[in-house]
Ligand binder design. Structure first.
Ligand SMILES: N[C@@H](CCC(=O)N[C@@H](CS)C(=O)NCC(=O)O)C(=O)O
Length: 300
């Protein structure tokens, strides 16, 4: 198998989810540190405009969104499983709840505190990214409500983790990775918020101890050269009749933030995965993979 390359930056919560999954897999991987804000010139040829963090590359295959990144890691490195005990649906369902409901709250709570130290250009970039102004004063005013929502939902894992080491039992799963980064991001600037949940705190320590596997740093130009030298992995196309025909030009766009559409030729469509073919002079032909949930697929 070609090397796993993760395009990410240290402070990204979703990247921490992917890094922790790589830790569970005890994987050796290549790390490309990408800019925190646009432009991301060494990433765009690979992703055709998808700007979110992280992105996983394996040769000339590009995986967008951690939902799919974790599924692909599981396929390529089955053990230790990210779905121990056969709880795949439950783990994916908990992950979807955690991320859709807690990310905005976690980011709001963290930025209300970190607002004065945000890097130049960050607020403007994230306003474009999310379609909403990042206004630290407004976040501070909203903080009691954000905290109340965040705490009310953290009470659920707090109860569950009273009797077990991880959300689904004695081994960590995708569900733990998804919840962990929502706690990790708040815990640094607001340790007291997490400390009020002793079971979640002890679990977060266990998650931290998993580590990130073994990363080796390379730069974005080297990663582009890897894609250019590779050909996409062979695969059997899936055909879901509930969507555009294979071979047609389509756009794929996230349905929440970072909604820039990516254009390519649809080469596989299943109920849970979209694959398009794109090419760019810097990388040649690549296959770009997206989960179905959370993305809008349209005729291009
Ligand atoms: N659903 C996506 C969410 C990814 C996401 O929103 N990542 C944030 C960083 S944690 C992001 O892309 N921020 C803008 C950026 O990095 O340019 C996933 O699971 O990968």
């Amino acid at each position: 198998m070609a090397d796993i390359i993760l395009h990410h930056y240290p402070l990204s919560p979703y990247a921490e989810k992917a890094r922790t999954a790589l830790g569970i897999k005890r994987a050796a991987w290549r790390s490309v540190i990408i800019p925190v804000i646009m432009p991301k010139p060494d990433l765009m040829p690979l992703t055709g405009g998808y700007r979110k963090t992280p992105v996983m590359q394996i040769g000339a295959d590009v995986y967008c969104d951690t939902q799919l990144i974790l599924r692909e890691l599981e396929r390529r490195i089955p053990e230790p499983s990210l779905y121990p005990g056969g709880n795949r649906g439950l783990a994916d369902g908990i992950a979807w709840w955690a991320e859709r409901n807690l990310f905005g709250l976690a980011v709001g709570v963290a930025f209300a505190k970190m607002g004065d130290v945000l890097p130049p250009g960050f607020a403007e970039d994230r306003a474009k990214f999310s379609g909403r102004e990042l206004n630290v004063e407004r976040l501070r005013a909203a903080e009691p409500r954000l905290l109340a929502d965040y705490r009310a939902q953290l009470a659920w894992p707090e109860e569950t983790l009273g009797g077990r080491a991880f959300l689904l039992g004695d081994r960590p799963s995708t569900a733990d990775c998804a919840l962990y980064h929502m706690v990790w991001f708040v815990r640094r600037p607001r340790p007291e918020v997490i400390a009020a949940f002793p079971n979640v705190s002890a679990w977060a320590d266990r998650m931290k101890n998993i580590g990130h596997g073994t990363p080796t740093e390379i730069n974005g130009i080297e990663a582009l050269a890897v894609a250019k030298a590779a050909t996409p992995a062979p695969f059997t196309p899936a055909r879901d009749p509930n969507g555009p025909a294979l071979g047609s030009t389509v756009t794929v766009a996230a349905d929440d933030s970072g909604r820039d559409p990516i254009t390519g030729e649809l080469i596989s469509l299943s109920p849970d995965k979209i694959v398009i073919r794109r090419s760019d002079p810097a990388v040649g032909e690549v296959h770009q993979h997206f989960p179905r949930v959370g993305f809008v697929l349209a005729a291009g």
